[in-house]
Design a protein around this ligand. Structure first.
Ligand code: ZN
Length: 568
């Protein structure tokens, strides 16, 4: 009896776990958000049902699974093209830019998922179909599919809906997928980077919801933030594309947008800069917690330069990228609307500038492949823009979630005050290193993980077919510092040391990684001894790291004159 009672009350407590059944033919093509008057967000099954329905109504859509989640769910990728394409080589042959949108990497931040279903419907059957004259569009609407299914009204309670609850930030094993781009430990991140390797999108857009400050924008965005990315890509995003889209968003859709940030104080920023590498947890910026009370010391501060974040990772792969952050305190329906409008304007801008985008990517690739790069940063600090900027300071109120009884935070939409303040929206290298012609290391058991990760990143690596004695630059370790607090299951590591020139013997079978590849900046970031987000940082080289020892990866600064073969 007790058991029957328990399962009955469980059912009563969880009415929103049940699949919403569309009643009419027309309802079949509605998202769960639409079917529930924006009280609920789509479950995995709802998304799959929607995509299946869409496929029945257009021949311009192909659907593939780009991998499986930890719990074995297929990750759907919608491929829109006219004429339709099924293979990356067909997309490349079309000469059109490939624009990739991913939603739901943090499965508590759900409006991107709904907005992408709505946009997909418009591309397949509605007003946005002409976009396919100029673009190949890829959409992964539910990247963190496992996290999505762990929805609860207790996740992200301060967010202004959906009142029926949302999923978790992390994947099924508790990893944050937006910290996994460099270390690639989750099946999801491996699947996504595999998608990058195959489809090689010109532009990747990553959809999120903010966590922090009370500002006056409906959506904030960030380009790639690591200055190691090609300056021409950064300039195109920061000075051309994003300002044009921001203007269109205000004019056409009445939404206010700006570069992502949170309020902080100058005192705080200096403290953060002092402790930059080891002390920061790597979490997204937190609310100001009263620190931003004094208006004269208030600043607007972006988040992080490290490529563990998707927007920075894509930049190091020589590709365009935009991070989108719908404002957490805007109501759910409006967050879906602003995200949909933002991606629509990104599509329209990309369609209008299709040739320019393709030519720009080709130019930066050609230069990287010719080995034109010389020096890049291994450690960075925040830097302000030249002049103060008027930032919209917003206001909020508390409203009760009728389903959970918990208090949510709601934007008071037309209450905002433009306030001039310094904008710490940039990063600058505090320490740099020389990009070698190639990296070299012995193919030992201890290097197996490094080799596997390099291949997973799509980097071409070679094996020496004969022994080689080469004049190389080696790194002698003076200090190994491990973070006291675990982050994503790791004790992050930082090395100090000095470089020296020496002749080193490498047996046949040693690994050679030429930097003359389009992902030269990524290769550098992964392999440099002092990199703040490379293989050292993530413990993949721990066995080699000891004071007085030589770092196992060597730099060949001269010409590479060794017989070798490509390793797969
Ligand atoms: Zn997020």
């Amino acid at each position: 009896m007790k058991l029957a009672f328990a399962s009955l009350s469980l059912l009563l407590l969880l009415p929103n776990t049940l699949t919403i059944m569309p009643r009419t033919q027309n309802d079949q093509l509605k998202s769960r958000a639409e079917l529930t008057n924006y009280e609920e967000t789509s479950r995995y099954e709802d998304v799959m049902r929607f995509i299946g329905e869409l496929q029945k109504r257009t021949d311009k859509l192909r659907v593939e699974s780009f991998g499986k989640t930890e719990e074995g769910r297929d990750l759907p990728l919608m491929i829109f093209a006219d004429p339709p394409v099924a293979q990356p080589r067909e997309a490349r042959a079309s000469g059109k830019p490939v624009i990739f949108i991913q939603a739901n990497i943090h499965a508590g931040e759900v409006e991107g998922k709904e907005a992408m279903l709505h946009l997909a419907r418009r591309i397949a059957t509605g007003d946005l179909r002409p976009l396919l004259n100029n673009l190949i569009i890829l959409i992964a609407p539910i990247y963190n599919a496992d996290g999505n299914e762990k929805f609860s009204p207790n996740n992200r309670t301060a967010q202004n809906g959906p009142i029926g609850g949302v999923g978790t930030r992390e994947n099924a094993k508790g990893y944050d997928l937006n910290r996994d781009y460099m270390k690639l430990e989750t099946p999801e991140a491996n699947a996504l980077v595999g998608l990058f390797n195959r489809w090689d999108p010109h532009l990747t857009v990553d959809l999120h919801t903010t966590n922090g400050s009370y500002h006056g924008y409906h959506l904030t965005y960030a380009p790639t933030l690591n200055p190691n990315a090609d300056a021409r890509l950064i300039a195109f995003e920061r000075n051309k594309m994003l300002p044009a889209i921001t203007r269109a968003m205000l004019k056409t859709h009445k939404f206010r947008l700006y570069f992502y940030g949170n309020f902080a104080t100058k005192e705080r920023i200096n403290r953060e800069l002092d402790n930059f590498e080891m002390q920061r947890s790597g979490r997204e910026a937190r609310p100001p917690e009263g620190l931003a009370d004094k208006p004269e010391t208030k600043i607007w501060r972006t988040f992080d330069h490290r490529p563990r974040f998707g927007n920075n990772y894509c930049g190091l792969r020589n590709r365009l990228t935009i991070l989108s952050e719908a404002y957490s305190y805007l109501d759910f329906k409006s967050r879906v609307a602003v995200t949909e409008a933002f991606v629509e304007e990104i599509f329209k801008y990309s369609a209008l500038h299709a040739e320019e985008i393709v030519a720009l990517i080709k130019r930066v690739d050609d230069d990287a492949v010719r080995g034109r790069l010389t020096q890049q940063g291994v450690a960075f600090e925040l830097k302000s823009l030249d002049k103060p900027v008027d930032i919209l300071v917003g206001e909020v109120e508390k409203v009760k979630n009728p389903r959970s009884g918990k208090m949510m935070t709601a934007m008071i939409e037309n209450k905002f005050t433009p306030t001039p303040m310094p904008n710490y929206g940039l990063f600058a290298a505090t320490k740099s290193g020389v990009i070698p012609q190639a990296y070299l290391f012995r193919n030992e058991d201890g290097m197996k993980t490094v080799i596997a990760k390099l291949l997973a990143h799509g980097i071409a690596i070679e094996e020496l077919t004969e022994p080689l004695t080469a004049e190389v630059e080696s790194f002698v370790i003076d200090d190994v510092k491990k973070a006291a607090r675990a982050f994503q299951g790791h004790a992050e590591v930082k090395l100090k040391g000095r470089t020296q020139k020496e002749a080193v013997q490498f047996p046949a079978g040693s690994i050679l990684i030429r930097t003359a590849q389009s992902s030269a900046s990524l290769i550098f970031y992964l392999l440099e001894a002092e990199s703040d987000d490379g293989f050292v940082n993530w413990n993949f080289l721990d066995a080699y790291l000891e004071k007085g020892k030589t770092y196992p990866i060597y730099k060949l600064t001269g010409e590479v004159k060794a017989p070798s073969k490509l390793k797969r």
